[in-house]
Structures are given as structure tokens and as C-alpha cells.
Ligand binder design. Sequence first.
Ligand code: FES
Length: 95
Amino acid sequence: MNKKLCKISFEQNYPDIHLNQDDNLSEHLTVQNSPILFGCRTGICGTCLVSIKGDIPPPTEEEKEILEIFAPENKQARLACQIQLTNDIKISPLT
Ligand code: FES
């Protein structure tokens, strides 16, 4: 069975991107096609801090710990490199 396609849209002026469910955002978003920047891509550096609108699984305990450091006040904050893509989402960078 084919995987579901998920639409990634941005608050800024970038065209939507369509990725397969469970694709890793850090492998598909670039400085050319999105406003999101990545550093470590392993959930440690906080470079990819974003605000997400959309229905995706909650952060793991590891991601929560990093979010507590970089965005303790923002409940919508997530690490783009750690997101499990399951639905359409809208992203805006927080860094
Ligand atoms: S790129 Fe470093 S935390 Fe996501």
C-alpha cells in the first residue's frame, strides 16, 4: 500500500511541499525550499526549533528535555528534525 502524502506548508512565502508519511523533515527541507534551518539533525542543538500547527504525535521525552531548554514558554514548539510526520502540518521557524 502506498504511504499517505502529507502537505507541509509554511507561514512564510514558500510553496507547499508534499512528503510521504514518516519521511524525515531534515532530509527534505533545504534552505532553497523552506525557511527552516537544521544543525545537528539529531535533536540536540535546537537550531531547527519550529512552531507546528497540525496533528502529529507528541514529543518524546528526549525532545521534551531539549524543548524545555530552548522554548520553555512555547507549548507549540517542536524540533523539526525529530518530528514524526503523520498528517498535514504548517511550520514556522522560532529561531
Ligand atoms: S537540527 Fe539540531 S535539534 Fe534539530
